[in-house]
Design a protein around this ligand. Structure first.
Ligand code: BG6
Ligand code: MG
Length: 214
């Protein structure tokens, strides 16, 4: 097996934070006077905070100044942080902790590759921080997925060439970012949306090192 590093997206791969993002965005939409459905929320997965706000405002046909947008994004984030601050280990998705532990035992490096600026708090609340050799998140990158920056920085920090890295992702933009980084990818979800991944599995339940045989 030639895999030396596994890079994990956070939201939707390690933990289901989409429901909290949804609650906070919906609250903001309602305050602005329009509705925001769970189907609308699908469009925000993997998308950065400011880009998500742009999509939300376009759904509500609301136009605002840059200053107002920054204010609303901060408001949404304060609500989101309120929700995620109550999260604990029980919310880790099935199979994740066991797989992280298997990777470490096998000497395979583990990195985070997430767009979120709240990733440290989430990993700490889930008690998963100690599994990660590198943490690359929204605070460290300037380009959003599908740009490969977030994954390339992880490989660079661990001094591992991209060809030996495998990315775990639930978003189409994340799979594209992995491909553009020259890495293999494992899509977590349905083959319909993640068909471009090297391999697609429904979740990480019962995963072992066989998953890294391509
Ligand atoms: C991604 C989520 O991981 O992070 C997006 O899939 C989210 O929904 C983005 O908008 C940014 O997150 P945060 O926590 O920095 O607002
Ligand atoms: Mg995700």
């Amino acid at each position: 097996m030639d895999v030396k590093c596994c890079i994990f997206d956070l939201d939707g791969v390690i933990v289901d934070t989409a429901k909290y993002h949804y609650l906070a965005w919906k609250r903001l939409a309602n305050e602005l006077g329009f509705d925001f459905t769970e189907k609308d929320n699908e469009r925000l997965k993997g998308v950065s905070r400011m880009a998500s706000l742009e999509i939300l405002l376009s759904i509500g046909k609301v136009s605002l100044s840059e200053e107002e947008k920054v204010e609303l994004a901060a408001k949404k984030n304060a609500w989101y942080v309120e929700y995620i601050s109550k999260m604990n280990k029980d919310e880790i998705l099935p199979g994740v902790e066991n797989f992280l532990s298997t990777l470490r035992e096998a000497g395979i490096k583990v990195s985070l590759g997430s767009a979120s600026k709240n990733s440290m708090m989430i990993l700490d609340n889930l008690e998963l921080t100690r599994y990660f050799d590198a943490i690359i998140d929204g605070n460290k990158v300037s380009e959003a997925k599908p740009d490969p920056e977030v994954f390339l920085l992880g490989a660079e920090e661990l001094h591992i060439s991209p060809e030996f890295c495998v990315v775990f992702e639930d978003a189409e933009a994340g799979i594209e970012a992995a491909t553009r980084a020259g890495m293999r990818s494992i899509g977590i979800g349905s083959p319909e949306t993640l068909g471009k991944a090297t391999k697609v599995i429904p979740n990480l339940e019962n995963s072992d090192l066989n998953l890294l045989q391509f």
